[in-house]
Design a binder for this molecule. Structure first.
Ligand SMILES: [Zn+2]
Length: 509
């Protein structure tokens, strides 16, 4: 045997071994659950929530309580924890549509696809639809718009997450009992039919004509028996027995989402926890229920590298989980609570090169506004000043909203900090930003307001938090589980295993 054929033979054997092992790794996630189906299933998904987002919040709680370590979130106290990979079929770093499809259907798919295979031909049945077939009542709750990627993967089957109108039509087709949280992005009709082709390309007339021809998807929902509730009074009036409800927050922020927790007014806004509690009230019935609750804005705040807003979002998400825990305590032998995430966002790290080994998480408490609302303040300032802007004003705003520059809070600014702020402020004051050095500009500010982003970065860094990206990352994600069948959720598996285990759990219902 020549050396070459010997090597080829070796390669062939290695390939077989690798394939066998790969197959075994897949098959080893076997599931022989024989017990009763959980009657009540809570499936929480923190969008963009990896281990860092949860643990940073716990470190923050520990720091403001002046204790040395962390204070656990409620979901971190669950008895079972597993970790899973999140990659999509065509990209290692996933997106919310592909990750949501994996978490809802047990199938991997391509980026931007909602509840269908990667080639966008086959619609996959999801766990919420299966639960409905088994007689459970179904609720879908999110802090972002209810037609957004993650919630959509639990009731829609569309080639693109951007087909908001078609997704909202799928919503009323689902027949599910309770939709709640944010609003709808395009109930009056999509101008675009998908990422690349306008409706005109389909010979359907231009976008305006199409909009005129399309019936508002909310009217269609009403014709199918749904009731739309979008006032505080209407929401509080909802009571046990009310069915087929679409409840939206009375005051919506950007993207038809709930306002960030850090910006919410407890008197006039409805929190994610309130929507979850109402869901329990409306869905509870002798056949049980399945409720998916998404904390959708953890992701958005991470995209913007805004650590203080992330911490407040995670806290509000954990409060929603607490509502499920209170219910669990009344029905411990019939309830399952899962708390998962779809991917990590921002490459958030509990450590920053500039602070070496130091952490000062309590500093995040001095930020009292989200990057979103602060950007609005900056935009108003720029328009008001008409070119006569002043860095002293910027310093005052940084101090008022982020505590930055307030020595009594331990937030002194170094020369380097001030230089970064000045550069960013000058960029923010330009009507059209100077992107001469596009790569450098993007690394500094992403696609956000330069001054706002710089303040978010400076406060994060002083707290000892680093960010590596304005996008998602591929780090494995934890799932925490408590209740009936929770022991299936221990180990290291794939995101598709989470609904597969759920499907097995409800098989014998
Ligand atoms: Zn996501």
């Amino acid at each position: 045997m020549t050396l070459l054929t010997k090597n080829l033979k070796l390669l062939f054997i290695t390939a077989i071994v690798l394939v066998a092992f790969g197959f075994q790794a897949q098959a080893s996630e076997k599931n022989d659950y024989q017990g009763p189906a959980p009657k009540y299933i809570f499936y929480f998904i923190g969008d963009g929530m990896g281990l860092s987002q949860a643990n940073a919040t716990e470190a923050y709680l520990g720091a403001i309580a002046k204790s040395n370590g962390i204070q656990k979130l409620e979901f971190s106290k669950f008895p079972n924890t597993g970790f899973y990979t999140t990659y999509a079929t065509n990209r290692f770093i996933t997106g919310s549509a592909a990750a949501g499809t994996a978490l809802s259907t047990g199938h991997k798919t391509s980026i931007n696809t909602i509840g269908m295979d990667a080639s966008k031909q086959i619609a996959y049945k999801n766990i919420a639809e299966m639960a409905k077939d088994k007689g459970y009542k179904v609720g879908i709750v999110s802090s972002v718009s209810i037609d957004h990627a993650t919630p959509a993967t639990f009731y829609a089957h569309e080639p693109s997450r951007n087909q908001y109108y078609k997704i909202s039509l799928d919503l009323s087709k689902s027949g599910f009992n309770y939709f709640a949280g944010g609003g709808f992005k395009h109930p009056e009709g999509d101008g675009k039919i998908d990422d690349n082709n306008t409706m005109a390309n389909f010979g359907m007339g231009d976008a305006t004509q199409i909009k005129k021809k399309q019936t508002n998807s909310m009217d269609i929902a009403i014709s199918k028996g749904y009731r739309i509730v979008n006032s505080l009074k209407g929401f509080h009036a909802l009571k046990k027995g009310d069915d087929k409800i679409i409840a939206s927050a009375p005051h919506l922020a950007g993207g038809k989402a709930l306002p960030y927790a850090i910006d919410q007014d407890s008197l006039t806004d409805i929190s994610l926890g309130d929507f979850t509690q109402k869901g329990i009230e409306l869905l509870d019935n002798p056949n049980g229920f399945f409720m998916m609750v998404e904390g959708g804005k953890i992701d958005w705040a991470c995209h913007a590298n805004d650590a203080a807003t992330v911490v407040k979002e995670v806290l509000q998400f954990d409060k929603a989980v607490s509502k499920a825990i209170a219910f669990y305590n009344q029905h411990p032998n019939e309830t399952l609570i899962l708390v998962a995430g779809d991917h990590e966002t921002g490459g958030m790290a509990l450590g920053f090169s500039g602070t070496h080994y130091d952490s000062e998480f309590a500093l995040l408490q001095y930020q009292n506004i989200s990057y979103e609302d602060f950007t609005k303040i900056m935009n108003t300032y720029r328009i008001d000043k008409r070119g006569h802007y002043n860095f002293e004003d910027a310093l005052a705003l940084a101090k008022k909203y982020f505590g930055l520059g307030d020595a009594s809070k331990g937030l002194e600014l170094s020369k380097f900090d001030l230089q970064q702020m000045k550069d960013a402020f000058n960029q923010s004051m330009k009507k059209k930003q100077n992107k001469k050095n596009k790569d450098q500009y993007y690394l500094l500010y992403g696609s956000y307001d330069p001054f706002t982003t710089t303040l978010c970065h400076l406060l994060s860094q002083k707290a000892g938090i680093g960010w590596t990206s304005f996008s998602h990352t591929a780090t494995p994600i934890p799932v925490r589980a408590m209740g009936v069948g929770a022991n299936l959720y221990t180990g290291f598996f794939d995101n598709t295993d989470i609904p597969k285990k759920l499907m097995k759990l409800i098989e014998n219902k």
